[in-house]
Design a protein around this ligand. Structure first.
Ligand code: HEC
Length: 138
């Protein structure tokens, strides 16, 4: 009697864990790697902002809510001198166009677009005005 009960319990626990596994993956992906985001932001986003606008755009220039809204809206440079989608600049398509002279873009070439976007999001939120670690770019 007891062993049957135990076996059933083990089965239930195993099945529950298996069901939870994909969920854990989803959480890992939405977390984002802010350090990798920082490297890409500095080498790709900031380097262009400096050239085209004369100044970097720091994470600390906006609040967490403002960055979240900005990325969700997926607008960029409304004056229209570059691409109107901020997601475009994390895409593989964009990385392909700059990989020759951008070693970071070349190194991250196989990263999924959504993963890199999550990394950028994590970096901007990590360094936002109202975060614990407001970050300025030089
Ligand atoms: C090819 C050059 C270029 C690249 C690459 C680039 N940007 Fe920009 N970005 C601009 C220009 C130009 C503006 C407009 C600045 C202005 O109007 O003063 C801008 C503006 C912005 C702004 C200010 C709000 C707005 O939309 O005008 C944010 C935020 C921004 N970029 C984020 C990013 C992020 C994040 C990346 C990288 C994933 C990125 N940009 C990559 C050129 C670029």
């Amino acid at each position: 009697m007891k062993t049957i009960y135990l076996k059933r319990l083990i089965n239930t626990v195993t099945v529950s864990l298996l069901l939870l596994l994909p969920l854990a993956e989803v959480f890992a992906e939405t977390d984002g790697d802010w350090r990798r985001g920082r490297i890409y932001y500095r080498t790709t986003c900031t380097s262009c902002h400096k050239v085209m606008t004369g100044a970097p755009i720091s994470p600390s220039s906006r609040t967490i809510a403002q960055w979240t809204a900005y990325l969700d809206a997926d607008r960029h440079d409304l004056a229209g001198n570059t691409n109107p989608s901020v997601k475009y600049f994390v895409s593989r398509a964009y990385r392909e166009t700059v990989k020759k002279h951008n070693r970071v873009a070349a190194k991250l070439i196989d990263l999924k677009d959504e993963t890199l976007l999550q990394d950028i999001r994590a970096f901007l939120i990590h360094g936002a005005k109202d975060s614990d670690t407001p970050t300025r770019c030089r």
